[in-house]
Design a protein around this ligand. Structure first.
Ligand code: KG4
Ligand code: ZN
Length: 334
């Protein structure tokens, strides 16, 4: 089964072609970072306009890279949500048009399920049941994947997403956008123990996350110190990153042990972070858990992951009608 997948939920315009849901024949990502960087964050109106400009060339490029044409396809998958409505609409309109004109089965994919499916595009896919930590710019949540295509929400952030905290702290430190990669690079020269930022403690001891406290502490620290030198910025970046990693690792391992789940999947844009990958790996080994982490380029937004999830849903017989609509708040589980 050859499936074309389209992703346009935020600021990446992406298309991919997969064979049998696992073999990536092509995976094209057009980043809009340069467009949004001057604003220090994604500007929704600019994002949807850019998607409109590049989506058809991106789809063409994905087909060409796979040496296939539209008539070779067996299905079309598209991110339905969650995400920015104007951005999602572009992908949905193109996917529906292709499905209609070429009489192809269509399926809508939850972007977060896409992130989880990135872990199936490796030589070591996870077996069910597993616990998935999805950490991105818009979401930070733990899902219990009991069986294929079945998810239960275990915990989620009560305020900012982890990636959002990286982006806001990078802006505070004058490091640019997107914040995650530049904080990781800056932190290499810093001391992660230089400053103690607070670890959010949930009063009910639950599996939820909170990142607004650490973000506010960084902001107060920066205000108190006045103009910062390079070494100080590196120390703040390293200490902030270490705090976020510690919170994510602790909650995830605790939830896995509490629910008796032996396998963990780490995915989403923030899963590209080296110290997070290393920290969760070390904690998993310590507690006898198996960790599955997709390669970095499949952790950040891409269409291969959407196509993988869409292929699984098409194979299970799922079909969307041509009434498929963008769903900016689409939940994966409740
Ligand atoms: O999954 P993603 O590409 O888009 C969303 O679905 O949101 O995640 C983007 C987020 C951004 O906040 C970005 O700063 C963060 O992932 N990110 C990172 C790294 N690379 C991307 N955060 C920490 N370390 C990284 N290396
Ligand atoms: Zn994402």
């Amino acid at each position: 089964m050859i499936v074309l997948g389209i992703e346009s939920s935020c600021d990446e315009t992406a298309a991919a072609v997969l064979a049998d849901g696992r073999r990536v024949l092509s995976n094209v990502v057009a980043s809009q970072d340069a467009i949004h960087a001057p604003y220090g964050g994604v500007v929704p109106e600019l994002a949807s306009r850019r998607h409109l400009e590049v989506i058809v060339p991106v789809v063409r490029k994905a087909l060409a890279a796979a040496s296939l044409g539209l008539t070779d396809l067996d299905g079309v998958a598209v991110t339905q949500g969650p995400g920015l409505v104007g951005s999602l609409l572009v992908g949905c309109a193109v996917a529906k048009s292709l499905a209609y004109v070429h009489a192809l089965p269509l399926v809508g994919v939850n972007h977060l399920e896409g992130h989880i499916y990135a872990s199936f595009l490796t030589d070591d896919p996870p077996e069910h049941p597993f616990l998935a930590l999805v950490v991105s710019g818009g979401h930070t949540a733990l899902y219990h994947a009991r069986a294929p295509l079945t998810y239960a929400l275990v915990g989620q952030t009560r305020d900012d997403a982890a990636g959002e905290a990286f982006d806001k702290v990078a802006k505070l430190l004058g490091l640019g956008f997107p914040g995650g990669p530049v904080i990781e690079r800056t932190a290499v020269e810093g001391d992660p123990k230089a400053i103690t930022f607070p670890l959010a403690q949930m009063s009910d001891g639950g599996a939820d996350f909170s990142f607004s406290g650490v973000k506010t502490s960084v902001s107060l620290h920066v205000k108190r110190r006045g103009p910062l030198g390079r070494a100080e910025i590196a120390d703040i970046a390293a200490s902030f990153q270490a705090t976020v990693v510690k919170m994510l690792v602790r909650k995830t391992v605790k939830a896995a042990l509490h629910h008796g789940i032996k396998r963990i999947v780490l995915t989403g844009g923030v899963a590209a972070n080296g110290p997070l990958r290393a920290g969760l790996e070390a904690a998993a080994i310590e507690h006898g858990l198996r960790l599955h982490v997709p390669p970095r380029h499949l952790c950040t937004d891409n269409a291969a992951m959407i196509t993988a999830a869409g292929s699984a849903r098409l194979a299970a017989g799922e079909r969307a009608s041509l009434n498929l609509n963008a769903a900016p708040d689409l939940p994966l589980a409740s």
